[in-house]
Design a binder for this molecule. Structure first.
Ligand SMILES: NC(=O)C1=CN([C@@H]2O[C@H](COP(=O)(O)OP(=O)(O)OC[C@H]3O[C@@H](n4cnc5c(N)ncnc54)[C@H](OP(=O)(O)O)[C@@H]3O)[C@@H](O)[C@H]2O)[C@@H](O)CC1
Ligand SMILES: Nc1ncnc2c1ncn2[C@@H]1O[C@H](COP(=O)(O)OP(=O)(O)O)[C@@H](O)[C@H]1O
Ligand SMILES: [K+]
Length: 481
């Protein structure tokens, strides 16, 4: 599916498969430590480095970093949490190759340090940081020292991006083989700083066995499925999206339709109540307008192959009925905003008519209304919700997750905070609906829509929702094969 993201358990499995394939654990650890030392050297010239090692293999990597940096002329002090005699396996082997002093972990090691290497805990983090480890994190922050993290900043849960206890703010995090969810989900992503993925000698062929169902969203995930127009095609071959509008907030449907047309739908029709028709007809000349009283006729037209319902529609029984009628046609569909909130009292009624040809695009509030308050990371919650709804769920936010009921998911990490502006969600719904009208599968359309939405916000300061569709030609041109 593209740039794979491995859970912590899958990473251990990849590691074990590489070992079975003849790559020794010591080789992996040496390569890991080397990669961290190289990343530090790229960023910081010869300086004083404090390497903080934990009791497991993350600490083992730290011993390699210390040796490599000292060999390169850095002044290195190393401090270990726990007793060196308790180190095991590869970590013990690497400790025996460190010929400098090993201090007990305390803030003394930070005296006069310019940079800290955080090799306390990685994938094996088992409980919240406490005691001297937590004190170190606080002391690093108090001194404002730059941190290079090994695998993850210690305290960040690799699977969820959540902080257990506390974690240092890193400038760079070097992880191995592939990213983990914690590098992409908040707050983990922010604590990592720049993330470098180092090749440590695990062959990519192990992925065929591990089969990770998760990827970082980007063109590599969906480029091959993008619905570019065919040379011998016509507008109907590019799909006809119906956008259901409301009586008052007419701008929402207009943003949806414009984004859908920009992204590649051949036609878009806004179907709205009589009182909104005049203003809609004065809008974009290329967007068609129909009376919502004719909704059944619109649904019966097989050329109108996709729908967006929700933005600006108004919550209530009328919208509920239209959503259910539209779902029964089996057409491709995006349900956003009011279409989701309209089912807060009866989510089961909605879920029983959905399929994986439907994308639900809730923000956190709408998500809670439909799926209740649930525990776990955004990834886990989106996956559970997709399974429960039997539809693709796109849980919006700075770390948007798109999940398919079969367990596949992508995490989107290109969205800037400028997207937090009224109407930007309507544009997202339009982009996804437009791609589905043009023939893209719901899951990949949702992924592509989320990424294009983030890329379209690249202008940054001053961004308003209306700018987003207008940025698409430039972005699509760069993607066009
Ligand atoms: N997989 C690979 O391919 C490769 C992996 N590599 C590296 O290995 C790392 C994973 O190593 P790992 O499995 O030994 O776990 P690690 O993160 O060192 O922690 C375990 C230790 O910490 C302890 N502990 C945990 N939480 C604690 C807490 N809050 N407070 C105090 N103690 C706590 C825990 O103690 P216990 O729970 O057993 O009491 C145990 O002793 C990975 O992140 C990467 O850097 C590389 O070498 C390259 C190849
Ligand atoms: N801090 C943020 N960083 C990145 N993207 C964000 C942030 N806040 C919101 N967004 C994105 O902006 C969009 C807002 O959608 P939504 O809340 O439905 O807005 P509206 O209803 O006004 O259209 C979503 O795609 C969301 O992921
Ligand atoms: K670490």
């Amino acid at each position: 599916m593209g740039p794979e993201v491995l859970s912590v358990a899958e990473m251990y499995r990849a590691d074990a498969l590489a070992t079975v394939g003849g790559v020794s654990g010591e080789h992996l650890m040496e390569a890991a430590g080397f990669a961290v030392a190289r990343a530090l050297r790229r960023r910081f010239g010869p300086c004083r480095v404090a390497v903080l090692c934990g009791p497991g293999n993350n600490g083992g990597d730290g011993f390699v970093v210390a040796r490599r940096l000292r060999d390169a002329g850095y002044a290195v002090r190393l401090a270990l949490l726990g007793d060196a005699v308790n180190l095991k396996g590869d970590a013990a082997a690497m400790a025996s190759r460190w010929h400098g002093a090993t201090e007990p972990l305390s803030s003394a090691v930070l005296e006069r340090a310019d940079v800290v290497v955080d090799a306390l805990f990685g994938a094996g983090l088992a409980r919240p940081l406490s005691g001297v480890a937590a004190d170190m994190v606080a002391e690093i922050a108090r001194r404002g020292l730059p941190v290079v993290a090994v695998d993850v900043p210690s305290g960040v849960d690799g699977d969820t991006g959540q902080v257990l206890g506390c974690a240092p703010q890193a400038v760079t995090t070097v992880t191995f083989f592939r990213k983990k969810p914690g590098h992409l989900l908040l707050p983990g992503r922010l604590l990592c700083g720049e993330v470098e993925v180092a090749d440590i000698g695990i062959p990519a062929s192990v992925l065929a066995e591990v089969e990770p169902p998760l990827a970082e969203n980007g063109p590599a995930v969906w480029r091959d499925r993008f619905p570019w127009p065919a040379v011998d095609g016509h507008k109907y071959a590019r799909g006809h999206l119906v956008v259901v509008g409301g009586p008052v907030m007419t701008g929402a449907a207009r943003l949806v339709a414009r984004a859908a047309r920009r992204v590649g739908a051949g036609l878009a029709t806004i179907a709205a109540p009589a009182e909104a028709l005049a203003i809609l007809r004065a809008g974009d000349p290329g967007t068609m307008v129909a009376d919502l009283a004719e909704f059944d006729t619109l649904l019966a037209d097989s050329r109108k192959n996709a729908l967006v319902l929700g933005p600006g529609c108004g919550v209530g029984a009328a919208l509920r009925a239209r959503v259910l009628a539209a779902a029964r046609t089996g057409k491709a569909m995006v349900l956003d905003a009011d279409a989701l909130s309209s089912f807060s009292e009866s989510p089961g009624e909605l879920f029983k008519v959905l399929s994986d040809n439907v994308v639900l695009t809730p923000h956190d509030g709408e998500f809670a209304r439909l799926f209740g308050k649930s525990d776990g990371s955004r990834l886990e919650r989106a996956r559970r919700a997709a399974k429960r709804a039997g539809a693709v769920v796109l849980l919006k936010g700075p770390d948007t997750v798109v999940a398919h009921p079969d367990g596949r998911a992508v995490i989107n990490a290109n969205a800037p905070p400028w997207l937090a502006t009224a109407g930007s969600g309507d544009v997202l719904a339009g982009m996804i609906g437009g791609l589905m009208a043009a023939g893209m599968d719901a899951f990949f359309a949702a992924a592509a829509g989320a990424w294009l939405h983030g890329a379209a916000a690249g202008q940054g300061p001053g961004l308003i929702a209306e700018d987003l569709p207008e940025a698409l030609p430039r972005i699509l041109t760069a993607l066009f094969p």
